[in-house]
Structure formats: C-alpha cells, structure tokens
Design a protein around this ligand. Sequence first.
Ligand SMILES: Cc1cc2nc3c(=O)[nH]c(=O)nc-3n(C[C@H](O)[C@H](O)[C@H](O)COP(=O)(O)O)c2cc1C
Length: 224
Amino acid sequence: MAEIPHLEQFPDVRAWVRAIPVSTTAPPPGPEATPRPQDLFLRWLTDAVDAGLGEPHAATLSTVDEDGWPDARVLLLKDVTAEGWWFSGDDRSPKGRHLGTTPAAALTFYWREHGRQVRLRGAVHSGDREVCARDFVERSTLARAVASTGRQSAVLDDPGDYDRLVQDRLDTLEADPGWVSPHWTAWCVEPVTVEFWQADPGRRHRRLRYRRDDSGWTREQLFP
Ligand SMILES: Cc1cc2nc3c(=O)[nH]c(=O)nc-3n(C[C@H](O)[C@H](O)[C@H](O)COP(=O)(O)O)c2cc1C
C-alpha cells in the first residue's frame, strides 16, 4: 500500500481525499460460483477468518426509518442459515423501530485486504422467542445487562444514568440468571439478491449476483 498523505500537505480536504490511494494489490481469485449464495459467502468469510482479518463478521446494516430516510450502522453477523443472514438487537432501538415499520434491510460486508464486498438485500423477519432467547443468553452477563437497558441511541445527559441502569440490570440478572429481555430480537434478512464483488487491479472487477425467484437462485455477471 502506498504511503498515505497527510491533510496538511494539501490545500483542502477535497484534494487530500482524492489523493488517498486505493488498493492495487492482487486480490484472491474471483468468485467460484456455488449453487447457493450462502455457501460462497461462508467460503469468503472463511478466507477472511483464516487470513486473520479484523472482525470479518462485521457488516453494515441499512434500514429505512419511519419517514423514509435511510440509515446505516455496523453490527456483527450472528448466523447464516438456509433462511438467510442473522443479526440481533433490541426492538426499541432505532434499527428495531425501523424494522418494525419497514421489515426490509440491506447488509454489506467488506474485506478490504481481499478486495471483496458482499451485499445482500431483502425482507426481514424476526426469529421465534426461542431463537431470540438463545442469542440473548449466549451473551456475557455485562453484555446482557447493557443490551437490556432499552435506551440504545437515546440522548445521555448524565453518564451516571447509564451506570445506574446497567447496575439495575446486573442486579436483575444476579437474582435471576436465566432472565431474558422480551425486547431482544434475532432478525433474519432473507435476501432476494446477493452480490459478490471481487476487485481487480486492472478495474475489470468481477461481480456475481444471485437473484432469487420461485424456482430458486439464478446467477448473473454484472458490468463492473
Ligand atoms: C464493529 C462494530 C460492531 C458492532 N456490533 C453491534 C451489534 O452486534 N449490535 C448492535 O446493536 N450494535 C452494534 N454496534 C453498534 C452499532 O453500530 C450502532 O451504534 C447501534 O446498534 C445503534 O444503532 P441504531 O441507533 O441504528 O439502533 C457495533 C458497532 C461496531 C463499530
């Protein structure tokens, strides 16, 4: 990777960001199609894990709010099944409220060192109570306490409010270690499209899209 220039060396931000180099290292071979996108995704995730890439299971979740405005945030993938790609959170959080009114989302994965992106979009459904509860109890005690405050993304006027609320939840969990937040939700994106993007130093990027219809998955190559 070429040396990254410093902002002070440029007349303005525009000149600086345009001078930041893009990756030109040779990527791994392009996508070898599998019948189901899940299998190719797991192969690419395995490549990222084996290469020691940081948080390779982090993805950007995009939703639409109650007024039709898009929103996006990074979170961690929780499972991949025949149904789709799973993540979890509190249904009172902004993302939870968005999914409550518009149960559709996109997930975007990026493995920079491999020059790879996977993007998928589709309807979202929540898992049954058993699936949600299992996700909750698999978290550490502190993570369960924090997750069940129900205040994620609310304005924090007094940092002490957070500490008191978390301590309150820790007390609840100590008294009843099996307690499960009724708001904790495992959501599944059931994709209608899944696209695998593989960078090419000569800009002949490979793009393989899976499209789901009544007969199953159709594969097609896209213009870079
Ligand atoms: C690497 C990384 C991993 C994250 N993992 C999660 C996660 O698994 N669940 C979650 O609710 N938020 C996670 N977050 C925080 C979210 O990006 C976000 O701040 C939070 O979910 C609130 O989003 P919302 O206001 O849209 O609901 C993560 C952030 C980063 C940078």
